[in-house]
Design a protein. Structure first.
Length: 71
C-alpha cells in the first residue's frame, strides 16, 4: 500500500499487515531479551524497541481500520 508523506508529497510504501505483525513479534522478543538491561546500551535498546512496538501497533490499527492516508 502506498501512502503520501504529508511533509513533501512523496509516495511512501507502507508495510503490509502481515509485515507489521512480524515486526511487532520480533520487537517484543527483543524487549523480553532485554528485560533486565545491564548496560546503558541495553537500556537504550530496550527503550528503542518499546517505541518501535508502539509505532507498529499504531500503524497496524490504522491499516486494519483503513484510516491510513498519510504519515
Amino acid at each position: 500500500m502506498q501512502v503520501t508523506d504529508s511533509s513533501d508529497g512523496v509516495a511512501v510504501e507502507c508495510p503490509s499487515e502481515a509485515q507489521l505483525r512480524r515486526d511487532i513479534r520480533h520487537f517484543e522478543r527483543q524487549i523480553a531479551r532485554l528485560a533486565s538491561p545491564c548496560s546503558t546500551w541495553e537500556h537504550g535498546a530496550l527503550k528503542c524497541y518499546q517505541v518501535l512496538v508502539t509505532q507498529r501497533r499504531k500503524l497496524l490499527d490504522e491499516v486494519k481500520t483503513g484510516g491510513l492516508s498519510s504519515i
